[in-house]
Design a protein around this ligand. Structure first.
Ligand SMILES: [Zn+2]
Length: 271
């Protein structure tokens, strides 16, 4: 049994009893006005509340280095001896935080073992065109950057769709609504996590992607308003204009045999 908790934004927490693996952990949830006007910092209290056993974390995988995917990663990694997997841009961010040589730097296609019973393949992908038809904050985090940075300093870096195999089950994490058709060829999974915002801006998303990877279950996520705190046990407040119902209908119409799940933040799913 693998327990997977959606921890908000594109954050997933995988637990097997022996292992804990995080993808894109983001608990700070910086407010929108703050994001637009000031530098941003990890909310250490929020991270500690949601990750009380940080030293138990075995691995952190990062899909790209926008702040809602990477801001909290150096703080968490600084509190455990975990493996960190991500891009050169993530490595720069870790170095800026005084954590050199911690990242297994990937450029796309690498498979990295995570302990005895898990491995992640960093499938190359593209970012969703969510900022007026463009990728927000393109490029790499600069080695000459000074912390703390504004959100705009958290450049996207290389973008991955991590494929995590854990105890024989395969999960693909699509943390931004886009994909590269040729790069997905040959990758299949049991469970596909799909970013909702921007889903209408990429032709063939999600239909063509689902045809490629042939999951049994699709889980929709990253649609929460991550500029506000989320209280565990309450209904998820979604970002405006995401049309989750329309995305569910599109998937169900094209793939009637698929199980489609729309969890609330901090819901735990079992596979
Ligand atoms: Zn992003």
């Amino acid at each position: 049994m693998i327990r997977v908790t959606w921890t908000g934004a594109a954050g997933l927490q995988f637990e097997t009893g022996q292992q804990t693996i995080l993808i894109d952990p983001y608990h700070t949830r910086v407010g929108i006005f703050h994001t637009l006007t000031r530098v941003i910092l990890p909310d250490e209290a929020a991270i500690s509340t949601h990750l009380p056993d940080m030293e138990q974390i075995d691995a952190i995988v990062v899909s790209h280095t926008h702040s809602d995917h990477a801001l909290d990663v150096p703080y968490i990694a600084g509190h455990c001896d975990c493996t960190v997997v991500g891009s050169a841009s993530l490595n720069t961010l870790m170095e800026l935080n005084g954590l050199p040589n911690r990242v297994r730097v990937c450029s796309g296609g690498e498979t990295v073992p995570l302990g005895e019973s898990a491995a992640v393949t960093m499938v190359p992908t593209a970012h969703g065109l969510v900022a007026m038809g463009k990728v927000p904050f393109p490029g790499e985090i600069g080695t000459d950057s000074c912390l703390p940075m504004r959100a705009s300093g958290y450049r996207v870096g290389t973008v991955f769709a991590p494929k995590l195999v854990i105890h024989g089950k395969t999960f693909i994490h699509v943390g931004s609504a886009n994909f590269i058709d040729a790069e997905m060829a040959g990758h299949t999974c049991d469970v596909l996590f799909l970013c909702v915002p921007g889903w209408k801006k990429r032709q063939g998303y999600p239909r063509r992607l689902i045809e490629r990877v042939r999951p049994q279950t699709v889980v929709l996520f990253h649609h929460d308003d991550f500029s506000k705190p989320h209280i565990k046990g309450t209904r998820t407040r979604s970002l405006p204009f995401t049309d989750i119902k329309g995305m569910v209908k599109t998937i169900e119409r094209n793939f009637p045999e698929l199980r489609v799940m729309v969890p609330d933040v901090y819901d735990t799913l079992e596979f």
